[in-house]
Write a protein that binds this ligand. Structure first.
Ligand code: GTX
Length: 226
């Protein structure tokens, strides 16, 4: 009997997108249940009572929360479908978890800090971002062994964790004219962004750059009106 899989998410959530892409990689059919985060549903509050956030994966009635944990659950549950999302070698797997945690805990918060910084704070923050990009470029070359993705020939765990934020990042770069990834400085990451965003399993999940730009424009107009 086919299992029942539901994802509570929002279409612009990079965290929900990771889960959707992981399910696509494993060819698992699922139902997407869009959530209104300004007025949280009983289902969301009941299925993620601690954080009250999306995404939540509901598999045969059981709830799993936190996107990274959900992606690992998907990988461990549908082992026979497609290739493994995390590397099979324990050291490679630990390295992939390290870079995913680095992005989540250090790099993404730094980007957030930079986007909210006052003009005089920007130079020092930009230096730290550039240092982080240097680390990620090196990680890309080492983990991907010269192939298109951090996962090598296929989208893997680090690709999902980092790549899912590139809808927002690419749109913000287009709007400000200052792009985070420059071909001259981090050529590996530059090519990787394109390979990731244009991949079919990603394209049919993540909103387009134009959609992100439209949303960001509305958010900015609302912020300046208040
Ligand atoms: N650590 C969690 C995970 O990995 O699943 C984080 C999930 C999360 O923050 N979800 C947000 C939420 O439900 C929605 S996504 C936020 C979009 C950020 C855009 C970044 C550019 N928030 C509801 C709440 O905080 O109440």
């Amino acid at each position: 009997m086919a299992s029942s899989v539901q994802v509570l998410g929002t279409i612009y959530s990079p965290y929900a997108n990771r889960v959707q892409i992981a399910l696509n990689l494993k060819s698992v059919d699922y139902e997407f249940l869009p959530q209104d985060l300004r007025s949280k549903s009983d289902l969301l509050l009941k299925s993620n009572p601690v954080h009250k956030k999306v995404p939540v994966l509901i598999h045969d009635g059981k709830c799993i929360c936190e996107s990274g944990i959900i992606v690992q659950y998907i990988d461990e549950t549908w082992t026979g479908n497609g290739y493994s999302i995390l590397p099979s070698d324990p050291h490679d797997r630990a390295v992939a978890r390290f870079w995913a945690a680095y992005f989540e805990d250090k790099f993404a918060p730094l980007l957030k800090e930079l986007s909210a910084a006052k003009e005089e704070e920007k130079v020092a923050l930009k230096e730290r971002v550039d240092e982080g990009l240097g680390f990620l470029e090196e990680a890309f070359l080492k983990c991907g062994k010269g192939k298109a993705f951090f996962g090598g020939d296929h989208i893997g765990y680090v690709d999902l964790i980092i790549g899912s934020s590139f809808g927002w990042i690419t749109a913000m770069g287009k709007m400000s004219g200052s792009h985070l990834i420059e071909e001259t400085k981090t050529p590996g990451l530059f090519g990787w962004v394109d390979s990731f965003l244009s991949n079919d399993v990603v394209k049919n999940v993540m909103p387009t750059t134009e959609m992100f730009i439209e949303l960001l424009t509305k958010m900015q107009a609302k912020a300046t009106a208040t």
